[in-house]
Design a binder for this molecule. Structure first.
Ligand code: PLP
Length: 433
């Protein structure tokens, strides 16, 4: 198909508004023409540093050469059979690799799907099938996707859930621990016990589902003692523990799965996003006896575990090994936290700097007062940074968190350049306030 030679962002935005559903949001009014590692260029030729990574999808950067080569090689062989009709080795090899990478001293199995929400849906189906129970306990501030069940699990109303209910039943929300907002681990565990007292008997609960670091919710890390307490409750009542690692997985937090850093292994892990370096692929990895509960034919999907995406994911894992990207994730996290702490020392609005590995965020408050989340300033900083060539994303229950999901393959020089743009954006806004 012939594309116009000279496109402008504004002209494309006008066409987008006329042709595309309003409900599909867009953080920046920019259309990409080409991406390379941690940079991309828009249709007007302007360069951007990408600290968003397509929402945690580009841990290996835009168009990683090995990923592209693997995909091109796969395209020349076959692109689709539907794994449930005629199988292919890349799916099996990738399952073997993830089974070996996942934490836990037990036999593991994996199935593949296409999106993060689909992985979460399937983890719930598997947990229900294994336990023969219906209840699921999720957490406030959690985000699990945009399908009806995953919206039900999501613990944030606007904009995700507004107007779309009712959602499936037997879903309850306990409080996620958050020291910054005065919610201790004991408070959080107590809220789980309260649900088991007030809302649903423990022996009707199939699973707890928790993100090791809340993604859309604001990059709050689940403390190890909270996970240990949750697992103790789970073991006491025969409840499964699901780690939703759609955003934290594939090396973002310094280990392949963030739950490797937990004191106990989850029964099931969902994974997606950076797993296939930009190609749509998700999966559920976990205890073989649990994953095998549904009968043959109970799981799958037409495009689930596409051979092209599986080939990309195998290349992503190889890139992690060859380029030592797990160590890079830890180093990059330390570098970002140091740089952001230096910035916070000069900008009172930055009330908190936190993260796990290279999953790092700052939280903004009016005058640094944690009782006054500053969503307006957050919006302005994100927009000002984009004007200066840095792509950022906000998140958080109050919309006052700026998260960094820059490719792990970015150079230190590029990170410094990005951080400088962020600091300049704060300064520019302060001087015109
Ligand atoms: C923790 C978590 N779970 C599930 C999802 C849903 O993934 P997808 O958008 O691929 O359906 C996301 C997406 O941001 C996520 O962060």
């Amino acid at each position: 198909m012939q594309r116009e030679a000279h496109l402008s962002n504004a002209a494309l935005m006008a066409r987008r508004h006329a042709a595309v559903a309003r409900g599909v949001g867009q953080a920046h009014e920019i259309f990409i023409s080409r991406g390379e590692n941690a940079e991309f260029w828009d249709v007007e030729g302007r360069r951007y540093i990408d600290f968003a990574g397509g929402i945690a999808v580009l841990n290996t950067g835009h168009c990683h050469p090995e990923v592209i080569a693997a995909v091109k090689a796969q395209l020349d062989l076959y692109t689709h059979t539907c794994f449930q009709v005629v199988a292919y080795e890349p799916y099996v090899e990738l399952a073997e690799r993830l089974n070996a990478l996942a934490p836990g001293q037990f036999a593991k199995k994996t199935l593949f799907l296409s999106t993060g929400a689909e992985a979460v849906e399937n983890a719930v189906k598997i947990a229900r099938s294994y336990t023969k129970r219906a209840g699921i306990i999720a957490f406030t501030g959690g985000y699990h996707g945009r399908t009806m069940m995953t919206l039900g699990l999501t613990g944030k109303v606007a904009p995700y859930k507004s107007g779309f209910g009712p959602f499936p039943g037997e879903v309850f929300h306990a409080t996620f621990p958050n020291e910054l907002y005065g919610v201790s681990v004991a408070d959080a565990l107590h809220s789980v016990e309260t649900i088991l007292k007030n809302d649903i008997e423990a022996d009707r609960v199939a699973a707890f589902i928790v993100e090791p670091v809340q993604g859309e919710g604001g990059f709050y890390v689940a403390p190890g003692e909270f996970i240990a307490g949750l697992k103790a409750l789970a073991d006491k009542h025969g409840i499964l523990l699901i780690a939703d690692e759609v955003q934290t997985g594939a090396g973002r937090t310094g280990t392949w799965f963030a739950s490797e850093q937990w004191p106990v292994a989850p029964d099931l892990i969902t994974t997606a996003k950076s797993l296939a370096g930009g190609f749509p692929l998700s999966g559920v990895v976990g205890r073989a006896d649990v994953i095998d509960a549904p009968a043959a034919g109970g799981l799958g999907g037409t495009y689930a575990g596409s051979p092209v995406a599986c080939a990309a994911a195998l290349a992503v894992i190889q890139a992690f090994e060859q380029e030592k990207l797990l160590a890079r994730s830890q180093d990059m996290g330390a570098l970002l936290v140091r740089g952001l702490n230096e910035m916070a020392a000069k900008m009172p609005a930055i009330g908190d700097v936190r993260g796990l590995g290279a999953m790092v965020a700052i939280e903004l408050f009016e005058g640094g007062d944690v009782h006054r989340p500053d969503a307006a300033l957050t919006k302005k900083v994100v927009a000002e940074a984009a004007r200066r060539g840095l792509i950022l994303l906000s998140c958080g229950t109050y919309g006052n968190v700026i998260r960094i999901l820059v490719p792990l393959t970015a150079t230190d020089a590029l990170l410094d350049e990005g951080l400088e743009i962020l600091a300049d954006s704060f300064s520019a806004l302060r001087s015109c306030a």
